[in-house]
Ligand binder design. Structure first.
Ligand SMILES: Nc1ncnc2c1ncn2[C@@H]1O[C@H](COP(=O)(O)OP(=O)(O)OP(=O)(O)O)[C@@H](O)[C@H]1O
Ligand SMILES: [Mg+2]
Length: 478
């Protein structure tokens, strides 16, 4: 990097030790460093001091870091700001990004992180300006309702993406396994957008029969088909001004995919049996647990629709692949359900947290949430111990031969009973049973799919599709 002159950086934090670490690191990198210990001094320096970069603590005497960020006079020489925060909550991340921060740094941080951020700041002045413009376009909403928590690099990146895309009407495709938080992310995008005062309408395309889905989405005129006694607006129009969440989009029948694409391209819907197209103003967020590239290759999903929906992709990793999130999520759920489900002040021991962090979580965050609820109900005291989670070990071997099927189904039923809303238990249990069944038959036929289909009594194409959907490794197939 060849900066024309020595770059100036301001460190604003009331903790001397933090200032010390930052100064040491940044001076070593060749920055000209100035320190302040409160928000007002930070604002004054950053407004007049010809700084390229500021590391600003979120919580300081005087003004908070976010207030400093907000009050900075805009202009091309405006410094890039990195907000330092001790809390890894979604709100802090989204707020910081929305108000135009370059990035944020979570305490405790490492030297390498600080260096990387400082370099990024110098490299991305242009990007930073773009973020600022974005900030101005964003309504000053704070996310309310359910909180997204996490501190793994993957989830922090997702928080940032939400902050960046929320205000723009571009389509977002959220992918991830069941229970990873796809719907929560979709809601967070809505809440952080300028559409938050308008409806968030969710449609589960997998749960609605094909014959009804079209009118569910686009509405129908009175008498359009048998049973259409009254006209119906349809979910698209119900979401006017707001966000339409198309859940399980990968399960949408292919002919309807064509209609959906036309609606997205024209911005107009035509109700079933209607003549008149009506223009609609909705932002689309779609989600699926399927790999849509595979579905496209298999001819089950339209490629043009995929491109239309996946302007910004958000891929949520499995919980097992972001073990750092288990503690913060577990503690979040304990405090969230403590009042409702227990009498005292329940807490998790370190040993329990270690145990939970080791577990594989096939049902991801939803399974963790339900496990915490179950443990709160069943435990006898305030201390949530490893024994209170032993039921997990029973659930953990769904695919193993000889496991007690009835018990497994029981566990799913119990989980479903614990849910506030009706859930897809029929489908989820079938999926659990189907996968090991197919895998077992295929292994006995040594990968011969014709024999396997005959044994199973299902169509060969159906078998092939299920192999792809479930990602089953067929023995002997290269
Ligand atoms: N990062 C998170 N922070 C807090 N709660 C979370 C988080 N991720 C998921 N949850 C909670 O886990 C549960 C499952 O999340 P959600 O319904 O969004 O998952 P999903 O990916 O849509 O699942 P499915 O594919 O089964 O529909 C919800 O109760 C949600 O509030
Ligand atoms: Mg969902």
């Amino acid at each position: 990097m060849n900066a024309p002159h020595v770059a100036r950086v301001l460190i604003a934090d009331d903790e001397p030790s933090i200032r010390f670490v930052l100064r040491e690191t940044l001076e070593e990198q060749g920055f000209d460093v100035v320190e302040v210990a409160d928000g007002e001094a930070a604002l004054e320096q950053l407004s007049n001091g010809d700084f390229q970069l500021g590391f600003v603590d979120i919580r300081m005497p005087g003004l908070t870091g976010l207030e400093v960020l907000e009050r900075l006079p805009a202009g091309p020489s405006e410094p890039s700001i990195v907000i330092i925060t001790a809390q890894n909550t979604f709100e802090n991340a989204v707020e910081a990004m929305k108000r135009g921060a370059l990035d944020y740094l979570v305490k405790p941080f490492g030297i390498a992180e600080v260096k990387a951020l400082a370099e990024k700041a110098l490299r991305t002045r242009a990007l930073e300006r773009e973020v600022r413009e974005l900030r101005r376009a964003v309504d000053q909403h704070t996310a309310h309702g359910e909180q997204l928590v996490g501190k793994s690099p993957a989830i922090l990146e997702i928080f940032k993406t939400i902050g960046r895309v929320a205000a723009r009407d571009i389509s977002v495709l959220v992918t991830g396994d069941s229970g990873t938080g796809k719907e929560l992310v979709a809601r967070a995008i809505h809440t952080a957008s300028g559409r938050a005062e308008h409806p968030f309408v969710a449609v589960n395309t997998a749960a609605i029969p094909r014959e009804l889905l079209e009118s569910e989405l686009f509405g129908h005129e009175r008498g359009a088909f048998t049973g259409a006694i009254a006209a119906r607006k349809g979910r698209f129009r119900e979401a006017t001004g707001g966000t339409l969440f198309l859940d399980e989009i990968g399960d949408m029948p292919i002919d309807l995919q064509a209609k959906l694409l036309r609606v997205l391209q024209s911005g107009e819907v035509t109700p079933v049996g209607g003549q008149q197209a009506v223009s609609v103003d909705v932002r689309i967020v779609a989600a699926t647990h399927r790999d849509l590239d595979v579905a496209v290759a298999a001819g089950n999903f339209r490629e043009d629709l995929l491109y239309r929906l996946r302007v910004v992709p958000i891929q949520i990793p499995k919980l097992a692949d972001r073990g750092e999130d288990v503690r913060i999520l577990a503690e979040h759920f304990v405090s969230r359900y403590a009042d409702e489900l227990s009498d005292g002040n329940p807490f998790l021991t370190e040993e329990t947290i270690d145990f939970l962090a080791e577990y594989q979580w096939p049902g991801n965050v939803r399974e963790l949430e339900n496990a915490i609820k179950r443990a709160l109900v069943l435990s006898s005291g305030d201390v949530l111990q490893t024994e209170d989670f032993e039921f997990l070990l029973g659930d953990a071997r769904p695919a193993e031969p000889g496991s007690d099927l009835t018990k497994l189904v029981e566990a799913d039923v119990l989980e479903a009973l614990g849910q506030p809303e009706p859930c897809d238990i029929y489908r989820s249990v079938l999926e659990r049973v189907e996968r090991p069944l197919l895998a077992s038959v295929l292994s006995h036929t040594e990968g011969n799919q014709i024999r396997a289909a005959a044994l199973l009594g299902i169509n060969r194409n159906t078998l092939r599709k299920k192999i792809v959907d479930f990602g089953i490794e067929v023995p002997g197939r290269k």
